[in-house]
Design a protein around this ligand. Structure first.
Ligand SMILES: Nc1ncnc2c1ncn2[C@@H]1O[C@H](COP(=O)(O)OP(=O)(O)OP(=O)(O)O)[C@@H](O)[C@H]1O
Ligand SMILES: [Mg+2]
Length: 149
């Protein structure tokens, strides 16, 4: 039997990418989108302006969603629809379980949405064990490293 069959999302794509433009970062998101399933959390780590939203824009494209993707800075959550729906969170100002609960995070998770989470640092304890954890870093103004960890 193929050893990768049961590895699910783990074996479906690379572990590390280097991108040289927003478009390339979006393309990585689009590539990963094909491997996602409902109830999955894509946990994005990495500081201000590192490219988390660009990556989520790519996820939406990869899921064939015609959505205007932007950081949910004030709304905290954007639901882009789809089947399963892609739901985008900004946890920058979230601290504690009550706070997190008010975003609808657990309800969307229970409902089987795909959850893309910016600032996952702030909700790390609430991430499901099978969350896809990706760290984005910017070693240069136009270069981004996206790594699974
Ligand atoms: N290789 C690259 N990939 C992605 N973005 C890049 C890249 N090179 C430069 N950039 C720039 O980095 C910025 C990324 O912005 P984006 O909103 O996606 O970041 P973010 O991590 O969501 O920020 P925030 O924490 O404020 O929500 C954009 O201004 C984009 O032009
Ligand atoms: Mg953002």
């Amino acid at each position: 039997m193929d050893a990768n069959v049961n590895a699910g999302v783990c074996a479906a794509f690379a572990e590390r990418w280097e991108t040289h433009s927003v478009t390339e970062t979006e393309a990585v998101g689009a590539e990963i989108a094909a491997s996602l399933h409902g109830g999955q959390v894509v946990a994005l780590f990495g500081g201000m302006g590192v490219g988390k939203t660009a990556f989520v824009r790519g996820l939406a494209k990869g899921l064939n969603l015609d959505a205007e993707v932007s950081s949910p800075t004030f709304a905290l959550v954007h639901d882009y629809g789809g089947n399963p729906p892609l739901v985008h969170f900004d946890m920058y100002r979230i601290s504690g379980w009550d706070d997190l609960d008010t975003t609808g995070f657990f309800d969307y998770l229970d409902a089987g949405a795909i959850l893309a989470v910016e600032w996952s640092e702030n909700i790390e304890n609430a991430l499901p064990p099978d969350a896809l954890r990706l760290r984005i870093s910017a070693p240069d103004p136009n270069i981004r490293i996206i790594e699974r960890f």
